[in-house]
Design a protein around this ligand. Structure first.
Ligand code: ATP
Ligand code: MG
Length: 445
């Protein structure tokens, strides 16, 4: 993509309304534009990252054996009256009437809709286990929308729902989700720590929140620093092997890690003092097992092996897809701008032409762009008639992890410069060697 043909409305000034760094950088890098409180348009650069995050979430869900579908944003209030949550949900629910005066709402979550789909089509235990999920916009009329996409009113969430015959099966689904979430966040370059959380109104003893450590996080967290040494890495998991999932689960959940809601000072004190950490975190996901709460209330039953009807055991599982952009930036930036992890970056390589209009430099940049595209990667070519300093500042702000700088002087010696955004280190290489290095970096991520 040529920058002169792209739409990248970067801001020179730091927007005064933004209180935290991720919000400031998303506005400055031209990724989002607020349309009203807590509601944003996703400009091209922001939209690209959002899609990348969404894709990783999809891939890891499908890998875990979960099935994608798509439910609507607008829901009839009838189902919510059936479950009892129409009255319980309170002011966060946006209630609407259609032209016939029928009560509708913009879904804040989808337990009711999915349970209705399930009970309409599934009647035998033989069709279980089943996990369905979607990635869809939600609306919650938050009292204090703030921090940009971090606490929006309209936000994108992956929400999944498992249906199982027994509690044991449902807990296996729970474990599978825990493992797939760990893998999902790691692919985005994030360390998200599973922490024992409070079931809240959904209830149940089994719930974990995934938190990314960041000073600007809204939750207070207490953990054994040994959890931050764990990483999922590239280990292969067979999701059908219950024991294997439970093994990973134990490894990641037996160390002390809790939010303030479930914090237990006595247990915490058993952790060696030097490893006891109190910090702040951003909640990027949560998983629940809640048994038969919705299936009882809404009659989601199947015929069991003995021919008798049984209410299915369910859980729900959410990832804050749009919030993740903010969380990644909070975890990965410097004073010049964003530093995207390779897994989510909007463009793979930035190309800076030091002398626009110089025949050789222009030709070298264009040829390199084509070769990068040939690798299945996307370059962003800054072909503006601007000083090098301005071009570097833009590249640093928008955070592409790799930059190739091309100018007449280097070309005379047959070299270009490859720079890592994260370390700032540069090396001079032939264009072929730079290309090979880029190819190998992205082959790994
Ligand atoms: P919070 O405690 O932050 O209000 P929640 O626990 O109510 O969130 P869940 O119902 O667990 O949220 O939703 C799943 C995920 O959706 C959360 O882990 C979070 O990442 C994301 N999320 C929730 N509310 C918002 C919001 N207002 N804006 C952006 N993302 C959100
Ligand atoms: Mg939550």
């Amino acid at each position: 993509m040529r920058l002169t043909r792209y739409f990248l409305p970067v801001l020179k000034e730091t927007p005064s309304e933004a209180q935290i760094v991720s919000h400031r950088l998303m506005l400055r890098a031209g990724m989002i534009k607020q349309s009203s409180a807590g509601i944003y348009s996703w400009l091209p650069l922001g939209f690209k990252v959002l899609k990348n995050i969404e894709n990783i979430v999809h891939e890891e869900q499908v890998r875990a054996g979960h099935i994608p579908l798509l439910m609507p944003t607008l829901q009839s209030a009838d189902l919510w009256k059936e479950s009892g949550r129409y009255d319980d949900y309170g002011e966060e629910m946006l209630r609407i009437q259609d032209r016939h005066g029928r009560d509708m709402l913009y879904g804040p979550t989808n337990e009711e809709l999915i349970t209705d789909i399930f009970r309409s089509h599934i009647s035998s235990y033989k069709d279980l286990p089943l996990t369905l999920y979607h990635i869809q916009w939600k609306f919650r009329d938050e009292r204090r929308p703030r921090f940009g996409v971090m606490r929006g009113r309209e936000f994108l969430m992956k929400d999944g729902y498992n249906f199982d015959l027994t509690k044991e099966d449902a807990l296996h689904a729970y474990n599978r989700h825990l493992v797939s979430y760990l893998r999902t966040y790691e692919r985005m370059g994030l360390q998200a720590i599973p922490m024992r959380a409070d079931g809240g109104p959904i209830g149940g003893d089994y719930t974990h929140e995934f938190l990314v450590l960041a000073e600007t996080g809204e939750s207070e967290v207490f953990y054994d620093s040994a959890v931050t040494d764990l990483s999922f890495g590239d280990r292969d998991i067979d999701y059908d092997d219950v024991d294997q999932c439970q093994g990973v689960l134990e490894e990641f959940t037996t160390k002390y890690a809790r939010t303030d809601e479930t914090h237990d000072e006595n247990l915490f004190n058993e952790v060696p003092e030097e490893r006891r950490k109190v910090a702040r975190g951003i909640e990027v996901g949560q998983i629940f097992y809640f048994g038969t709460k919705y299936s009882e209330a809404m009659g989601a039953k199947v015929q069991g092996p003995d021919g008798k009807p049984v209410a299915v055991h369910m859980g729900s599982h959410g990832i804050g897809v749009s919030r993740l952009l903010g969380a990644i930036i909070e975890a990965s930036h410097d004073d010049k701008g964003i530093i995207w992890p390779e897994g989510v970056t909007p463009f793979h390589v930035g190309i800076v032409n030091l002398k626009q209009g110089d025949h050789e430099a222009d030709a070298a940049c264009e040829s390199l762009c084509r070769q990068i595209e040939g690798l299945g990667l996307e370059p962003l070519y800054d072909d503006r008639n601007e000083r090098a300093g301005g071009k570097f500042a833009t590249m640093d702000l928008i955070g592409l992890p790799w930059r190739i700088t091309i100018g007449p002087r280097g070309l005379k010696n047959g070299v270009v410069e490859l720079t890592s955004r994260r370390s700032g280190a540069s090396e001079e290489l032939t264009p072929e060697a730079a290309l090979a290095k880029i190819a190998s970096i992205y082959a790994k991520s």
